[in-house]
Design a binder for this molecule. Structure first.
Ligand SMILES: [Zn+2]
Length: 454
C-alpha cells in the first residue's frame, strides 16, 4: 500500500506534553509520514489514500525505541530471574552457561526472532541489539521487518569463570582484536541495509569486560567509521571495586577518559553511580539506557532521583526477557517513587517520552523516529483503548491512563517504514506458530546441555 490514512483514533504525536488529538488523522506514503493532526488540517481528497485504517477506540502513537537488548536472551526466560545468592547470580550462574550453549546459528536466529517478535507485538518498532556474531542475528530482524541497530559486543575476556566476586581480569587482546574485526565486517555487510532500516553501531563491552586500551580502541573505530557507541557501564555489583583496584578509577571515569562517553553514546544500565558519576555523565551528553524493569528484578536500581534533575537524556532498554516496554515505563516511575517518596519525579507522559523520543535522541535519529510528524519514518502503533482497564478516558490525562494501565497485548497494529508488521494482534511478516515450535525444541536441547554447569 503506497498511501495509508489512519483515522478516528486518539493521536498522541509526542510533540508536546500530554498532547492528544481525538479523532485524529495520521497519513503516510510509502515509508514517510505525511500528516499527523486533526482532520480539519488534512486534505483527504488531495492525498487520495489507497487504504484507510479505522482507529476508532484506539490510540495512535509513534513506535517505541528499545535502546538496549541482547536478542539471544529469549532462552533465559524464567530461569534467570529467581536465582538465590548474589544479585547477579542469575547472570553468572544461569545466563552465561545457557548462552555458551547457543552455538548453532539457527539457535541464535530463532531465539532472536522470539524476542524481537515480542518487542514488535508490544509496540517497539526500533531495537538496539548487541551480541557476539551479530551476523547470525541480522537475518532475524531483516525477516521480521523491525527497525534495528546492530552491534558486535566487543570484549577482551572470556565469559567462562567470570562472576561478580572476581576482581581479576585476564585480558585477552586476541579476543578483542577478533571482535573489532567482526565489528568492522558487520558494518560492511549490514550497515544501511533493508532500505536503511538496519544500521550498525559500535559496542565496547564496558569497563567490566575490557581494558582501558580496549575502550579507547573502540572509540577510535567508532570515530573512524562515523558510528555511535553503546556501552555497558556501572552495570554490576563488583564492577566499581574491580576498576578501582586496577586503575584507581570508577567505571564512568573510565568511560570519560577513554573518550567512549560522548553525545553519540548510549550508556547502558548505569546503576552504580555516585553524584560525581551523574555529573560526569550529564556533562558527556551521553544517553542513559535505563533498564528499569530488568535491574529491579536483580534487586538494584540507578539513582534516578539524581539522574532526572541532572538533565541526562534517558531512554529505555530491556536487556532481555521481558521486552514489553510498558513494564519498563511503569518500573521507571514506580521504583524511584517508592525509594524517594517523591511522586513528582516522573509522570506517565515523561515515561512515554523516554520510550519514544528519548530513544530516538539516543540513537541520533530524533529527526527520523520517536514522534508522529510529517517527514519522519512511518513507524506507528495502534493501541486498543476500548478495554475495561483503559475506560473511562479523560483527554487531559490520556497519557497517564495509557502508561499506568495499558499492556503490550493491547497493541493491535504496528507499522515500520509504513509496512504492516502486526495486524489485528497478529504478526504478519513471519510464521509465529512455526517459530514458536522451533524455539521450544531448541530451548529444551540448550537447557539440557547447559544444566550441568548450573
Ligand atoms: Zn546488556
Amino acid at each position: 500500500m503506497a498511501k495509508t490514512v489512519i483515522e478516528g483514533g486518539y493521536v498522541v504525536p509526542m510533540t508536546g506534553r500530554d498532547v492528544v488529538i481525538p479523532d485524529g488523522v495520521v497519513a503516510f506514503e510509502d515509508d514517510s509520514l505525511v500528516y499527523a493532526g486533526p482532520p480539519a488540517g488534512f486534505d483527504a481528497d488531495g492525498f487520495a489514500a489507497d487504504r484507510i485504517v479505522d482507529a476508532r477506540g484506539k490510540a495512535v502513537l509513534p513506535g517505541f525505541v528499545n535502546t538496549h537488548i541482547h536478542l539471544i536472551g529469549a532462552y533465559l526466560k524464567g530461569i534467570t530471574e529467581d536465582v538465590p545468592g548474589s544479585a547477579a547470580a542469575g547472570l553468572f550462574n544461569r545466563a552465561l552457561p545457557i548462552l555458551a550453549e547457543c552455538r548453532d546459528p539457527d539457535d541464535v536466529y530463532f531465539g532472536a526472532l522470539a524476542h524481537a517478535t515480542e518487542m514488535v507485538m508490544t509496540g517497539t518498532t526500533t531495537l538496539v541489539n548487541t551480541w557476539h556474531k551479530e551476523t547470525n542475528i541480522a537475518p532475524a530482524v531483516r525477516d521480521l521487518g523491525i527497525r534495528a541497530s546492530l552491534s558486535e559486543f566487543l570484549v577482551e575476556i572470556g565469559f567462562g569463570g567470570l562472576d561478580a566476586q572476581t576482581l581479576d581480569r585476564p585480558w585477552r587482546t586476541d579476543r578483542l582484536n577478533r571482535s573489532l574485526d567482526a565489528a568492522e565486517a558487520l558494518v560492511e555487510t549490514w550497515h544501511g541495509k533493508e532500505s536503511g532500516r538496519i544500521t550498525v553501531r559500535i559496542s565496547p563491552g564496558g569497563p567490566g569486560y575490557m581494558s582501558m586500551e580496549g575502550m579507547a580502541r573502540s572509540r577510535e573505530l567508532a570515530d573512524r567509521l562515523g558510528l555511535g557507541i553503546n556501552v555497558h557501564i556501572a552495570e554490576l555489583p563488583g564492577e566499581t571495586e574491580f576498576t578501582r583496584k586496577l586503575y584507581g578509577k570508577r567505571p564512568v571515569e573510565i568511560g570519560r577518559e577513554t573518550g567512549v562517553l560522548g553525545p553519540d553514546a548510549i550508556a547502558i544500565h548505569c546503576v552504580f553511580l555516585n553524584d560525581a558519576d551523574v555529573a560526569m555523565l550529564a556533562e558527556s551528553g551521553a544517553t542513559l539506557s535505563h533498564t528499569s524493569y530488568h535491574v529491579a528484578k536483580r534487586g538494584y536500581f540507578p539513582p534516578m532521583d539524581a539522574v532526572y534533575p541532572a538533565g541526562i537524556n534517558v531512554a529505555l532498554g530491556s536487556d532481555w526477557c521481558s521486552n514489553d516496554l510498558w513494564h519498563y515505563m511503569r518500573a521507571a516511575i514506580l521504583v524511584p517513587r517508592a525509594q524517594s517518596g517523591d511522586v513528582g519525579l516522573l509522570s506517565g507522559y515523561d515515561a512515554l517520552e523516554m520510550a519514544t523520543m528519548g530513544g530516538a535522541r539516543g540513537l541520533g535519529m530524533a529527526d527520523e523516529i520517536g514522534s508522529l510528524e510529517a517527514g519522519k519514518k512511518a513507524d506507528v502503533i495502534l493501541v486498543d483503548v476500548a478495554r475495561p482497564w483503559l475506560t473511562p478516558i479523560r483527554l487531559e490525562n490520556f497519557c497517564s491512563t495509557l502508561v499506568y494501565n495499558a499492556n503490550g497485548s493491547d497493541v493491535t497494529d504496528v507499522f515500520v517504514d509504513g509496512q504492516d508488521i502486526v495486524r489485528d494482534r497478529t504478526v504478519v511478516t513471519i510464521d509465529w506458530p512455526e517459530i514458536a515450535g522451533q524455539v521450544q525444541r531448541r530451548a529444551e536441547r540448550i537447557w539440557a546441555r547447559a544444566e550441568k554447569n548450573f
